[in-house]
Ligand binder design. Structure first.
Ligand SMILES: NC(=O)c1ccc[n+]([C@@H]2O[C@H](COP(=O)([O-])OP(=O)(O)OC[C@H]3O[C@@H](n4cnc5c(N)ncnc54)[C@H](OP(=O)(O)O)[C@@H]3O)[C@@H](O)[C@H]2O)c1
Length: 283
């Protein structure tokens, strides 16, 4: 029997690498990194879809440099919006499902309760705006589409907050971390597992997928050191002390209503996931 073929774009990225390492019974996962497929090249997207004939495409390719996007809006748009449309159209051309991975940055971060999937988007950054355009292009171009928004992503492959904290601590640096931004850290391995399950269903639509529970970045840093048994010199500070080109959301907690409604188990608590991550990088 033919295996279900899942094509992953951006396979060299943090999430992409987790996806291509998954063992999914009955499925064959094909990863295309930027060298193998540049998603800004529409013809190349069409050819990749025609060649691999996937049942589902997981679109993990993205322009993720949040601050740099403020000075490179055309590039961010070309990748996050136009690139998503290219790939969603390519999926549609071969009858494939298409899953666009998106972000909490489509919201403005002013809420005082978890964002629901149907809340209106109100991005404040170039990155967030281009990702929201990518969501709309996905829904517009593909009749079998999923949008999965996540937040505070980290994993075993790529630069992320956890690795930065561990590096700083290993150098004995004094570390100051903002304590007035609240969200949910998400382990890329857990997110990859959910997306792999999701694309094998017909439960199309928008999903929020982050590890359960909430914390501030400072609390996240404290947990990283506690769980690693590292004594680090970490102090809380305010966002206003670290001006950045792209404003950061004060509150980016995503509610998981759609996952629950559609019968998926919410992702485990962020601290349990962090513990597993740290054990996997220690081994
Ligand atoms: N990281 C987070 O905290 C976070 C939070 C919320 C949502 N997300 C979303 O989650 C998804 C995965 O994020 P991630 O952390 O895995 O990002 P990542 O590590 O930056 O991976 C993105 C990948 O896309 C590739 N890419 C960039 N431009 C491309 C192009 N034109 N054609 C093909 N590939 C291209 C990048 O290649 P290069 O390395 O060569 O540029 C990189 O390998 C993204 O959609 C992101 O918006 C991330």
């Amino acid at each position: 029997m033919r295996k279900t073929v899942i094509l992953v774009t951006g396979a060299g990225g943090q999430l992409g690498q987790e996806l291509v390492r998954l063992t999914i019974p009955g499925c064959s996962v094909i990863g295309l990194d930027r060298g193998a497929l540049d998603i800004t090249d529409r013809d190349a997207c069409m050819q990749a879809a025609a060649h691999h004939r996937p049942d589902a495409i997981i679109h993990a390719a993205a322009y993720t440099a949040v601050d740099r996007a403020e000075s490179e809006p055309e590039t961010a748009h070309r990748v996050n919006a136009a690139g998503a449309r290219n790939m969603a159209e390519a999926a549609e051309s071969v009858g494939s499902k298409f899953c666009y991975v998106s972000t909490d940055y489509v919201f403005d971060g002013t809420a005082d309760r978890p964002y629901r999937e149907q809340d209106p988007a109100s991005p404040r950054t170039v990155y967030g705006k281009t990702k929201h355009e990518g969501e709309k292009a996905t829904m517009d171009a593909c009749s079998r589409a999923f949008v999965v928004r996540t937040s505070w992503l980290y994993g075993r492959h790529g630069a992320n907050f956890v690795c930065t904290m561990l590096n700083l601590a290993s150098k004995g640096s004094a570390i100051r971390v903002v304590n007035d931004q609240t969200g949910s850290p998400t382990y890329a391995f857990d997110l990859a597992g959910f997306i792999a399950d999701l694309v094998q269903t017909e439960k199309y639509g928008i999903y929020h997928a982050s590890n359960s529970g909430i914390c501030t970045w400072y609390q996240f840093a404290q947990a990283i050191f506690e769980e690693s048994g590292i004594r680090a010199n970490v102090e809380p500070c305010a966002t206003s002390e670290f001006p950045r080109p792209a404003p950061r959301p004060a509150y980016s907690v995503l509610g998981h209503d759609a996952m629950i409604r559609e019968g998926f188990a919410p992702l485990r608590n962020w601290r349990d996931a962090l513990r597993d991550f740290l054990a996997s990088v220690r081994d």
